[in-house]
Design a binder for this molecule. Sequence first.
Ligand code: SF4
Length: 352
Amino acid sequence: MGLKASKSHRWVNCPGSYTLEQKYPSMPMTEDALRGLEEHKTAARILIGDNPTDGTEVSNAVRTYVDEIQNVASGNLINVEHRLPLTRDGITLNNIIDCHTYKAAENRFYVWDYKSGYYPVSAVGNWQLLTYAMAILDTCPNLEMTASFELTIIQPRISSTPDRWVIPAINLRSYRNQLFGAAAEALGDNPRTCSGNHCHRCSALAHCHSADEAGRVAVHYQGYTLDHTRTPDQLGVDLSVLKEAQTHIGRLTMALEQQLTGELKSGRQVIGWELGTGRGSQSWSQPHNAVTAMAKMYGVTVDKEALITPKQAITAGIPEAMVAAYSKVEPGALILKPSSDEELIRKFKEGL
Ligand code: SF4
């Protein structure tokens, strides 16, 4: 398995994660990840003009993504799910770019990445998009001095507005050096591990000393007490330290949650914890024209421009029962929660 752009945010910041993630691979794909995979496939089919006619459901999120690309590309040739490796000094990074185009009139490349989940991702400084941009630029290096890139993350379940970052092509040079420096370290003999926000969803999180130590150091601040003898400067330093501790505790919590979730999924009982089902999302289950006709009866417009969700339809005045008849609630993902089995907890405490 080679280095992937889709994980570059992690191995650029923590080169050791590449080896560790291979040693502790991910657990089976979550329902959210499977949904993302299917949505990518559906969106790609629509974008290349192969509109699904086999009953494949097209979510509002996918429609938002497709609409954005079609509006911006406005007839220019688009490349969809494009495999475009990036190579330097014998190191190859494997990329599959969701979608990109070049508008000659603007001398600008547009690169889109679709995120189907709820964990917010920004376009600014995004290593995955930067890697894609470098691979695209390598196909026409003569444009390096003049062209620019608009890098966009479309994450409709978090925001209806895409997150964009415009960067001159020439600025990719310094990022390229940093990227391949980290890649060489990741593939080398003794790469460093370094904890941070990139630990989120690292498959090695539950086995990683760096993340573990950062969390444990933070936990020791639980003994911190407030007094009134500190100078304002001391208070400032203390607050900075505590804020950092908060971050580390968050990471340790994530690691424990991930490990416990795996234990519960494999059928083990864990005192005080169980898996529950998260809040599902509601989407239209009836064809678009049927929803439009129903909404019209209540004086609500549901056209393509102002596509509204079932929840928004209720706010707009359509009776809840009517919206329920035209929509469905998809089951939410499995989430870890404190156990409601008081009997089991009592027995455990008695046995202590
Ligand atoms: S958990 Fe964090 S520090 Fe550890 S390998 Fe993964 S990304 Fe690196």
